[in-house]
Design a protein around this ligand. Sequence first.
Ligand code: HEC
Length: 169
Amino acid sequence: MSRDQKFFDVYSIVIGALAAFALAILVLALKMADLTQGVYTRDAAEYQAAVNERIAPVGQVYLSGEHHEAEAPKAETAATPDPVATLLSGPQVYNEACIACHGAGIGGAPVLGDAAAWEPRIAKGEETLGLHAIEGFTGVGYMPPKGGRMDLSDEEILDAVSYMIEESS
Ligand code: HEC
């Protein structure tokens, strides 16, 4: 056997081995791709959706004026309970309707807690004070009927008067 012939034999074997190796790697790569990503067996749309999910931004920025109905939080549609006629307590009425004048003594209003200012008024009797609070009263200053809150019931005003007397005697 000539040396050339021997060279070609070895050369062919090496080339063949390399080709086989390359082919094996190709097959392995395809197999791995299929296993990990399912490119060939899975539905293309499903695969794309999975990719989109993986590369989706973590947050989104909405500019004012933009409307995103789908993303907008659903308004809670809790059943609204039937309105119940509730009476406000004395302190509640005071804080809502009387504190504006009686908190700081606006227009000569006797200040809540000022025993000296309330003493001569309390001397008139709670009944009279209640009546003056409901119907209004003009002395040095002007106390409007129900403090201007005509939506409040007489009972609520009387409770507020009791509370004011209690706090000021
Ligand atoms: C717009 C201001 C104003 C509001 C609001 C107001 N008051 Fe008066 N109130 C006065 C003034 C001023 C007087 C003093 C009148 C006077 O004797 O010159 C007064 C006096 C009173 C007196 C004493 C009356 C008397 O016979 O001496 C009572 C009681 C009273 N207010 C209760 C209330 C109650 C209860 C509320 C809340 C529901 C209320 N006021 C809200 C201004 C107000």
